[in-house]
Write a protein of this length. Structure first.
Length: 252
């Protein structure tokens, strides 16, 4: 797999990103590990202009961000301004900022996302949706994620599929890659495996997901960025990121 299409989701390193100094130090380590791109998430307070200087100084690309769901839906221009400073095309709606307990709740969320996505599209940017397991609750014939994508315009909402949470929710990551053909610019490569009889998030290649099939399907659907993320790590998070990168480059 081409290394320049693989990014590190900085949420993995959130405990090492609390100050501008820690951010600079951590991004230097990310580059040294071998990543050429990052997704911005989980950072402590830092001016966006300063962040852009740090990213550029380390020779990294900001491939995407995670912005506040409330900001995306209620003040999309703020997120658009951030992306503009970072020279970044993509952001992801990270998690429902309003309760989604019914079919109507998901329809309402889809309406908000569609409206926000229209503003991003007008600015030449792309809003994507990052799923967890909550979207796999079924309401009749469809689950929440199907409702969201079914009720939004592909021109206004694209996908940032999270492989772990699709599998955890009872879905098939390969099939969801196929379903989002031409609507999947971003994918979170997050491994699922069993450790001591418990489901865990692991380093890519250390668990049970079929990565060759997932990557192949994502590429066929037009995926641009393959983003490694771990919500929790068994090892030092920097070591975990390196293990995932090494596997992807060598084995996929």
């Amino acid at each position: 797999m081409k290394k320049n299409r693989i990014a590190a989701q900085l949420y993995t390193l959130r405990d090492f990103l609390k100050t501008p100094e820690e951010i600079a130090k951590s991004l230097r380590k990310v580059k040294k590990i071998g990543y050429d791109a990052v997704q911005i998430s989980g950072l402590g307070p830092i001016d966006t202009v300063e962040l852009k200087k740090i990213i550029d100084g380390e020779g990294l690309v900001c491939c995407a961000t995670h912005e506040s769901g409330k900001t995306i839906c209620e003040e999309p221009q703020k997120a658009i301004e951030t992306l503009g400073i970072l020279g970044c095309k993509y952001t992801a709606y990270p998690y429902p900022h309003l309760p989604v307990k019914t079919k109507e709740d998901f329809k309402q969320l889809a309406c908000l996302l569609n409206r926000a996505g229209k503003a991003f599209a007008a600015a030449g940017m792309v809003l994507t949706y990052h799923n967890h397991a909550i979207e796999f609750e079924r309401f009749g014939k469809k689950n929440g994620l199907e409702i969201i994508y079914g009720k939004t315009n592909p021109d206004y909402l694209q996908g940032e599929l999270d492989t772990y949470w699709v599998q955890y929710g009872g879905g098939d990551p390969v099939e969801w890659c196929k379903r989002l053909k031409n609507r999947l610019p971003l994918i979170h490569l997050k491994e699922m495996g069993i450790v001591e009889n418990q489901i865990n998030i692991l380093e890519v290649g250390s668990g049970n997901l079929n990565w060759k099939k997932i990557i192949k399907a994502a590429k066929k659907s037009g995926c641009e960025w393959f983003i490694v993320e771990q919500d929790t790590c068994r090892f030092d998070p920097f070591d975990s990121l390196k293990m995932s990168l090494d596997y992807l480059v060598a084995e996929i």
